[in-house]
Design a binder for this molecule. Structure first.
Ligand code: SIN
Length: 364
């Protein structure tokens, strides 16, 4: 029979177990006192659940292979910071994330957080679209209990896999009083970032998650979260968005700006029935002269147009590089295109009024 973990993992598990024996008195005392928080770990796939051909395989591995129970078993230290229970919500590589999976996940998170025996939630997730899921949940979770997203850049079979420490940090953060009311958080690489602001900045390094304009909220050191900043944009319990009755989300797509661009993608999305288009413009959200007429025509047909920027940081100035008032376009504020898509979909579940949608972009 095949061993459930490769040899390197078993060694790490044995080492962890030895360390646990030393930590056990503290952990047991906490458990007996019953004062450990109850944290649910919802697994959705990604590299954190990925397996490679060998311990040195850090690219070209298969994401979304290991189930939640094995993820939890691999980090026995979790038991010293929380009473953890796991649930496999789905198992995907996050490049395949979809609106339907977001609705499923968001509804499950809200169901669980409404229960008195759940103090916080950790969501294990692929890193590729983790920032989008984090922002979606930041907008639709109806609770101030902690929700922490976590992933890994190295598969579970790699030397120095970052999944175990990230999962440990995420779990202690989700069970901490410090994380209450701070919106959906992302805990990776010992850092705490806001779900709204964080973005993946590097294809492969473990320090990939950054909040370019605003910086991290805090750090996790020596098993303690240390916060230095608060998110001030509306989120979670104070958000106006409600997905409880939704089966689908309005169709919104992204048009990328580049030299020699054409209106072809805009026309295709309009023909496909999009309710909204995010223009990932160049610079301060500038639109190519050959794309602009497509967007103008789309707007005349009722499609909502949001100007974002492909540059990775900064605020798109309203009425700056385009006359938004005259064109009836919306500025994405500081949201990158993929996050602007999330907010526009949710905004369109409430209104099609462009002034109201601009208010929403200035609020969340
Ligand atoms: C994924 O996003 O599912 C694969 C990549 C990763 O998790 O780092």
């Amino acid at each position: 029979m095949k061993a459930p973990f490769p040899k390197s993992c078993l060694c790490i598990a044995a080492l962890s177990l030895a360390l646990m024996t030393q930590l056990a008195p503290v952990a047991q005392a906490q458990t007996v006192a019953g004062n450990l928080p109850n944290v649910m770990i919802l697994a959705t796939g990604g590299t954190i659940a990925g397996t490679g051909a060998s311990s040195t395989t850090t690219v070209g591995y298969t994401a979304a292979k290991v189930g939640v129970e094995r993820l939890i078993e691999a980090v026995p230290e979790l038991k010293s910071v929380a009473n953890v229970r796991g649930e496999q919500v789905f198992q995907v590589a996050s490049e395949n994330m979809s609106n339907d999976l977001w609705l499923q996940l968001g509804k499950r998170v809200n169901q669980l957080l409404a229960r008195p025996d759940v103090d916080g939630i950790v969501i294990t997730h692929g890193t590729d679209t983790l920032e989008e899921t984090a922002y979606f949940l930041d907008l639709v979770v109806k609770s101030s209990k902690p929700v922490v997203l976590v992933g890994a850049m190295r598969p579970s079979t790699a030397i120095s896999a970052d999944g175990p420490i990230n999962l440990y940090n995420a779990t202690l953060l989700a069970g901490s009083k410090e994380a209450i009311g701070k919106g959906v958080l992302v805990a990776m690489n010992d850092q705490i970032n806001a779900g709204r602001d964080v973005t993946k900045t590097n294809t492969s390094t473990v320090d990939t998650f950054r909040s370019p304009d605003f910086g991290l909220l805090g750090q996790i050191q020596d098993s303690h979260p240390h916060f230095y900043r608060l998110p001030v944009r509306k989120h979670t319990a104070s958000s106006e968005f409600d997905i409880s009755g939704l089966e689908t989300l309005p169709k919104v797509d992204i048009v990328y700006g580049y030299a020699n661009a054409s209106r072809l993608p805009v026309d295709a999305f309009v023909s496909a029935g999009d309710a909204g288009i995010i223009n990932a413009g160049v610079g301060d959200g500038s639109i190519h002269k050959d794309v602009l007429p497509g967007l103008v025509d789309a707007r005349k047909k009722g499609v909502v147009i949001v100007r974002s920027a492909r540059v990775g940081s900064g605020m798109v100035a309203r009425n700056g590089e385009a006359n938004d008032d005259a064109l009836d376009f919306i500025s994405a504020d500081t949201l990158n295109p993929q996050k602007a898509r999330v907010l526009l979909m949710l905004a369109l579940t409430k209104t099609h009024d462009s002034k109201e949608i601009q208010r929403i972009f200035s609020t969340y």
